[in-house]
Design a protein around this ligand. Structure first.
Ligand SMILES: O=C(CO)COP(=O)(O)O
Length: 248
């Protein structure tokens, strides 16, 4: 048995306003959450401070992205230090939408990983293959390449939680089967054992993300290498609590 603490992240993406987010926050504050689960939510950057000020302290707050330097002429960007200043202690990096809508390459994601860790943040770096890559049997090749760019820049694995999010499963209602998720998670753990260390492979949490719902979370969470979830759409709904409690 592993002693990896079950972890559930809610990625709110570019959704909500103060009124609706307050409703979601109230639901989390009042909900009966499994105390054995670690929970983090990622509001749009502009609502990080608002969320932190309303949300109970047991739940962490993440940014959905941040830049690779502390300050300067980078219009539209925010730095890890700014996230921290507003009460965020986590940051999601390399999310599929950053990679594929905003064309962020592996190298940039690696640089962001390095800098955010240096700045004291906890990280949720994301990896995952596209449908054509899966169909061409390139899933491992793709996720191992993405992992290498991340791993080469990690100075402290205790502050890193990996999210495996197959691109074809994100926002599509097409969840990976528990066996598909388990297969990739197991390969990733094998990669970590071989390329980083047995200790890191054993202790690092690997989350699954992609159309996780209150209905499919229990079966996914039952797989030995699935240590939690990164949830998009369902994290805006009351069923997020069911997902947090998937191991209860
Ligand atoms: O991208 C995701 C979480 O980061 C997953 O999104 P959905 O849960 O909406 O498929």
């Amino acid at each position: 048995m592993s002693n990896r603490k079950f972890f559930v992240g809610g990625n709110w993406k570019m959704n909500g306003d103060k009124q609706t987010l307050e409703g979601i926050i109230k639901g989390l504050n009042d909900g009966a959450l499994d105390p054995k689960a670690e929970v983090v939510v990622a509001p749009p950057t502009i609502y990080i401070e608002f969320t932190r000020s309303k949300l109970k302290k047991e739940i962490g707050v993440a940014a959905q992205n941040c830049y690779k330097v502390a300050s300067g002429a980078f219009t539209g960007e925010v730095s890890p230090g700014m996230v921290k200043d507003c009460g965020g202690t986590w940051v999601i990096l390399g999310h599929s939408e950053r990679r594929h809508v905003f064309n962020e390459p592996d190298e940039l994601i690696g640089q962001k990983v390095k800098f955010a860790l240096e700045q004291g943040m906890n990280l949720i770096p994301c990896i995952g293959e596209k449908l054509d890559e899966r169909e061409a049997n390139k899933t491992e090749e793709v996720v191992f390449r993405q992992m290498k760019h991340i791993a080469d820049n990690v100075s402290d694995w205790k502050r890193v939680v990996i999210a495996y999010e197959p691109v074809w499963a994100i926002g599509t209602g097409k969840t990976a089967t528990p066996d598909q998720a388990q297969d990739v998670h197991k390969s990733l753990r094998g990669w970590l054992a071989k390329n980083v260390s047995e200790e890191v492979a054993h202790s690092t949490r690997i989350l699954y993300g992609g159309s996780v719902t209150g209905n499919n979370c229990k079966e996914l969470a039952g797989k030995p290498d699935v240590d939690g979830f990164l949830v998009g759409g369902a994290s805006l709904k009351p069923e997020f609590i069911t997902i947090i409690n998937a191991k209860k």
